[in-house]
Design a protein around this ligand. Structure first.
Ligand SMILES: NC(=O)C1=CN([C@@H]2O[C@H](COP(=O)(O)OP(=O)(O)OC[C@H]3O[C@@H](n4cnc5c(N)ncnc54)[C@H](OP(=O)(O)O)[C@@H]3O)[C@@H](O)[C@H]2O)C=CC1
Ligand SMILES: CC(=O)[C@@H](O)[C@H](O)COP(=O)(O)O
Ligand SMILES: [Mn+2]
Length: 384
């Protein structure tokens, strides 16, 4: 039986790579739903190529363009976030790949879990904002969440066959980004173009800036906590500039397992969509002789404050990671508009964490309110 896949964010880096995976494995997958935000032309082209049952464009003013272009095809066309929340619940969807960026991933993931759909989770912000709520809901509904993020996929792959063996700790690898080894005076003047040059991965703009500031690793620490049910002190970060060792698990006997390979998201995407079976692929193979040195170093938490801020938010718990995430989204968007400097992003996040009301046991409504409030506070701090 083919798996019928809903791809939320099909026009992005993960979304387009997921479609490549699906195209290469037509016996295993078919596309049931595609959603995009602003890139109507690419959504239309994808819909014509993959013939899904339904597409959604979340930017509502683009609805007519998409509808008119797909008029002669048997494809349902919808617009807006409410439509995304509905299509993920369609009977014909088997698995939902959450490949949209940011807080926008939260509601549709909840809706998909409520409808009992398996989740292939790329959108790490969902677990950062509301990890406890999401994982509890998934348990209640008997829904599996398969990680797509490369580090979490690595850990998940290391855990295969180890479900009776407790984890002692996990080690998340970080590339260190384009500014690894630089000091704060260097970071003061770095440009958007420099920050967008990731040394190893081709990704969307938001996650690429997060990688440069090490916020990506902070978000991944929180994501790992919830995905693997870990205590905070079981999560370690090590900088590994080659991005070949994707992450490691240490078991209670001291054995360390790592998952390795060239940096290519198609493998973790395919693994998540087709778990537990690996599909034969032509993804480029790693050769040790091309990498005579795999190196590891300590992250510089003083220069890259975002990673410490994420650890602090995780320690505080409650709605603190939600505040961190919202402030970071505002900060990154402002950095990409060249309205704030690289180091100012951390100041903004730190000030938001201090100013937005703390809630120890937030409900879903509390998260929605916290996200709103944190964005307002961040914007007002930028204008001050
Ligand atoms: N890229 C990567 O290699 C990795 C990404 N991830 C995670 O996966 C997610 C996607 O990342 P990536 O593919 O790089 O991001 P991109 O920016 O490349 O793509 C984002 C996708 O989300 C859509 N989108 C943007 N804003 C909204 C919104 N407000 N509502 C609904 N949809 C929206 C975009 O639509 P449109 O383009 O039409 O505007 C696009 O399809 C992120 O959470 C990221 O952290 C995790 C690991 C690796
Ligand atoms: C591909 C992927 O999973 C990204 O999250 C990647 O890991 C970013 O790299 P760094 O954050 O380690 O620079
Ligand atoms: Mn990652």
């Amino acid at each position: 039986m083919k798996k019928r896949v809903a791809i939320l964010g099909s026009t992005g880096s993960i979304g387009t790579q997921a479609l490549e995976v699906i195209q290469a494995q037509p016996q295993a997958f078919e596309v049931e739903v595609l959603t995009a935000h602003s890139n109507a032309n690419l959504l239309i082209a994808q819909a014509i190529a993959f013939q899904p049952n339904a597409v959604v464009i979340t930017q509502e003013d683009l609805y007519e363009d998409v509808r008119d272009a797909l008029e002669t095809y048997p494809i349902k066309v919808y617009a807006g976030m409410n439509a995304v929340n509905s299509v993920v619940q369609m009977d014909t969807v088997d698995i939902v790949l959450t490949a949209m960026v940011g807080y926008a991933g939260l509601q549709p993931t909840i809706k998909a879990i409520e409808a009992g759909k398996a989740i292939a989770l790329a959108n790490k912000e969902t677990l950062v904002v509301a990890g406890q709520l999401i994982t509890q809901l998934a348990r209640e509904k008997g829904v599996n969440i398969y990680p797509v993020d490369s580090e979490h996929s690595a850990i998940f792959q290391c855990l295969a066959g180890e479900f009776h063996n407790p984890i002692e700790k996990i080690v998340l690898t970080a590339s260190g980004g384009p500014f690894r080894g630089k000091d704060r005076s260097f970071l003061q003047t770095v440009t958007k173009a420099q920050a967008l040059k990731h040394p190893n991965w081709e990704m969307g703009a938001k996650i690429t800036i997060d990688s440069a500031s090490l916020m990506n690793k902070g978000l991944e620490v929180i994501e790992a906590k919830w995905l693997f049910g870990l205590r905070n002190d079981q999560i370690e970060v090590v900088v590994h500039p080659q991005s070949i060792v994707h992450s490691l698990v240490q078991f209670e006997d001291g054995s360390l397992k790592a998952q390795m390979g060239l940096p290519d998201m198609k493998l973790p995407i395919q693994y998540a969509l087709h778990y537990p079976h690996r599909l034969k692929s032509s993804f480029p193979r790693f050769n040790f002789l091309d990498y005579p040195q795999l190196t590891f170093e300590k992250p510089d938490l003083e220069t890259f404050r975002n990673l410490s801020l994420a650890f602090e938010a995780m320690e505080r718990g409650g709605n603190a990671p939600c505040i961190l995430n919202a402030a970071n989204e505002v900060a990154v968007a402002a950095f990409l508009r060249e309205e704030v400097g690289f180091l100012e992003m951390s100041d903004l996040i730190s000030d938001c964490l201090a100013k937005v009301a703390y809630i120890a046991e937030p409900s879903l409504d509390d998260f929605v309110q916290t996200d709103k409030e944190a964005r307002q506070v961040a914007l007002s701090l930028m204008q001050a």
